[in-house]
Design a protein. Structure first.
Length: 275
């Protein structure tokens, strides 16, 4: 029987404005995430040697909000030991395995580790779900003096470049059916980071266009929080949502594929040397 999506009871009742509900904490959402989320983290992490010359590989790295482990596995070439942390048992059950990589359940706002245990903390795409002040304080605590915090994102924006008809469909049909969920979109700036003992090392952004097949794009959209929430609110099954998305997108994917915009950014910080 097809899974009907509901938020976990704890998230429905207690999610605060500063820690968003966990829309990915179900078996079906986790399985789709593992199958369809683009695994492009390695392309951004490959920039680390440029900025951490002579410091890699570090001994221990922590990947917070690791989901199904794409970002955790991508971090392994830059650390002798990597731990992926996520609050969802379902996501962790789908996580990719590799020598030198392990996983642990826990929240970004209460990292289950001792002080100074890590040389590097990374967050790929998940920072906007955190209570950011609590996470920054915890990051400062579990990083060794002089350690690094890397916030980064790489992934599809869901948009097709230079296609006015698609923009209208996205705004008037897709977003009407699946409204965007609230997230903590405040960027981390130098003044705020300094309050938690961090200094900016580098900040860079970019966009790229990738040829994507229609079914691959539909599968990716089914992992988006807005669609997951929409399934629960509408009492909609995944096959129903997939059929609606495929029908609506097909005119924009002539021949079965189209260029999709991907947006990347990388923000590297260093913890103060003062304990």
């Amino acid at each position: 029987m097809e899974e009907l999506h509901t938020l976990p009871e704890s998230e429905r009742e207690t999610a605060s404005p500063r820690r968003a509900p966990n829309y990915f904490d179900s078996p079906g959402a986790a399985a789709r995430y593992a199958a369809h989320r683009p695994a492009g983290q390695g392309s951004l992490l490959a920039l680390l040697p440029r900025h951490l010359t002579g410091e890699l590989p570090v001994n221990r790295a922590l990947d917070v909000g690791c989901g199904t482990g794409n970002s955790t596995v991508a971090l392994r070439p830059f650390a002798r030991e990597v731990i992926g942390l996520d609050p969802s048992s379902f996501m962790l059950a789908q996580a990719r395995r590799m020598d030198g990589v392990s996983y642990r359940k826990g929240h970004a706002e209460a990292l289950p580790f001792g002080s100074g245990e890590f040389d590097l903390i990374t967050v790929a795409t998940a920072y906007h779900w955190f209570d950011q002040e609590a996470f920054l304080a915890e990051s400062c605590r579990v990083l060794r003096p002089g350690g690094w915090l890397l916030l980064y994102k790489t992934g599809s924006t869901g948009s097709l470049p230079d296609n006015a008809r698609f923009v209208l469909w996205w705004q008037n049909e897709f977003r009407l059916r699946y409204p965007k969920v609230a997230r903590n979109e405040d960027p981390l700036d130098a003044d705020r980071a300094a309050q938690f003992g961090f200094t900016e090392i580098v900040h860079q952004t970019g966009e790229r266009r990738v040829e994507i097949e229609l079914d691959e794009h539909v599968g990716n959209l089914l992992t988006h929080s807005s669609v997951i929430r929409g399934l629960a609110r509408r009492g909609e099954t995944v096959p129903e949502a997939r059929a609606w998305l495929r029908s609506g997108l097909a005119p924009f994917f002539p021949g079965g594929s189209a260029l999709v915009t991907f947006r990347d950014w990388l923000h590297l910080w260093r913890r103060s040397e003062v304990p």
